[in-house]
Design a protein around this ligand. Sequence first.
Ligand code: JF5
Length: 221
Amino acid sequence: MKIDVLTLFPAMFAGPLDESIIKRAREAGLLDLSIHQLRDYAHDRHRTVDDRPFGGGPGMLLKPEPIFEAVESLASDQARVVLLSPSGRTFDQATAQELAKVEHLVLVSGHYEGFDERVRENLADDELSIGDYVLTNGALPVMVVIDAVTRLLPGVLGDDSSAVEESFSHGLLEYPQFTRPAEFRGMKVPEVLLSGNHAAIAKWRAEQARLRTSERRPDLL
Ligand code: JF5
């Protein structure tokens, strides 16, 4: 998969995407990632990327011209162009799976009060939020999407981790898990997990997953 990122803060991307599984995916040629400075597509003396909103109001907006020029120069015909901002629909695992099927993604990081509406209406295919909070810019949300999508690309995860994916996809939170020692500072592992009774263990885990989900994430039930 090819991913192009448009951002005012390319330096934020050095580090998180150069470690662990994403690093290996890039080295293996499974992910071809390029980070582009949006300001490089502004051609006035000060390389202006923002301006004040028509009609007044607080803050600045990203101007349409640099974003249009950048996306038009980067996007192939089969590219999916996605904006990241708090106004998007909420990114989730199902969306990650959809995006993982696409050949080419162009991810545009929001900033300031956001995008000129014409970017949304005539350039972007989709607008995603990673949750109901406000960040200083969309670089972290872009990295979240890259991470969630890349681990779903064929060949990126080993077989062990793929199994974890399966257990998450039953739609409940994970049941409590323990490893050795069986007792640590007086804190004991539940007896059933040491019993060797596989039917009882499966029943306990199912109950615990359901209980935890109803307490923490009733919206998932
Ligand atoms: C941003 C205008 C983009 O804050 C976010 C965000 C939160 N969830 N998902 C994205 O993005 C930065 C802020 C203001 C556009």
